[in-house]
Design a protein around this ligand. Structure first.
Ligand code: PMP
Length: 305
């Protein structure tokens, strides 16, 4: 990864190399932490963070779900992210921001009430999550053997560190089998989401994406739905089966890091023409116009640094 100069840690800016934790930190052992993934883009007017408040609010809400008490307000954490981007003096077009909270040193039992909550924000330059070529030509998806854990035993709506064990196993399996990304079903056999992105498909001109019954309430998914509706595309939020996916005309993934990544193949079935679809391309270029500050209608989603 590309190191930056500073990391914000518990209210202070510390040198990148000094942002350390004890090996007996509670979260390293039991996995209760929460993360965000936010992005800043270099616009003509300098860096702008996309939907900053929505991301920070989701971090605080994830923490509430997993019983972590972050001692900073949304406003304080928003301000820290703005300052972090300024202080690091980035140069590239894409900066990824990772605000997170975890349990530190001092308690070794599973019961975590008295373990100290540590809050940190890092930012670094990070390009296309699924590769530049994938953004143009599309990627290969595998419906993997693991499903998203059922809602009876998991909190999929929390962007919780612990949820990423499932994502990690899924992604590993997909790549090991020669694919680029994993698509996970829910425990009922319907499409839930990818390992770190939401799923969309197009059938007969209609854009379809599953409800967030067993997936993260994604900010990019909401943005794409809003964009599509404003473009006059019909959007349906409904359960999608494996068979629906195989005969889709187009498919793509969305996420802060994945942005809009076309899908060209799923489980050995070519999707549509086996390349980036027409609606996918339209949405992809509209999305980049928005995040790079070239569309005034969406200006309210940008926080200039
Ligand atoms: N699902 C999962 C599991 C994710 O990790 C992400 C990335 N944060 C997403 C969906 C997409 O969410 P967002 O659009 O808010 O980045």
């Amino acid at each position: 990864m590309d190191a930056a100069k500073y990391i914000w840690m518990n209210g202070k800016f510390v040198a990148w190399g000094d942002a350390k934790v004890h090996v007996l930190s509670h979260t390293l052992h039991y996995g209760n932490g929460v993360i965000e993934g936010t992005k800043a883009y270099k616009t003509e007017r300098g860096y702008a963070i996309f939907r900053l408040n929505d991301h920070t609010k989701r971090l605080k809400e994830s923490a509430k779900m997993t019983l972590l008490n972050i001692p900073y307000s949304v406003e304080e954490m928003n301000q820290a992210q703005v300052e972090l981007i300024r202080k690091n003096e980035f140069k590239g077009d894409n900066v990824y921001i990772r605000p997170f909270a975890f349990l530190g040193y001092g308690v070794m039992g599973v019961y975590h009430k008295d373990a100290p909550v540590e809050t940190a924000i890092a930012a670094w330059e990070w390009g296309a999550y699924l590769g530049e070529e994938g953004m143009k030509k599309g990627i290969k998806l595998k419906i993997v053997s693991m499903t998203r854990p059922a809602n009876t035993s998991n909190m999929g709506k929390a962007k919780a560190t612990a949820n990423y064990l499932n994502s990690q196993m899924a992604k590993y399996e997909a790549i090991d089998c020669g694919y680029e990304e994993a698509l996970l079903l829910d425990d009922q056999g319907y499409i839930a989401e990818a390992s770190g992105a939401s799923f969309f498909m197009v059938k007969n001109g209609v854009l379809i994406t599953p409800p967030n019954d067993n997936s993260l309430e994604s900010i990019t998914q909401k943005t794409v739905i809003e964009m599509a509706q404003k473009m006059g595309i019909t959007v349906e939020r409904r359960r999608i089966s494996r068979e629906d996916v195989y005969i889709a005309d187009e498919a793509f993934l969305t996420g802060t890091a994945a942005e809009i990544t076309p899908v060209r193949l799923i489980d050995a079935r070519e999707i549509g023409c086996g390349a980036r679809g027409e609606i996918t391309e339209k949405l992809q270029s509209a999305y980049f116009d928005i995040v790079f500050g070239r569309n005034k209608e969406y200006e309210h989603y940008l926080t200039y640094v």
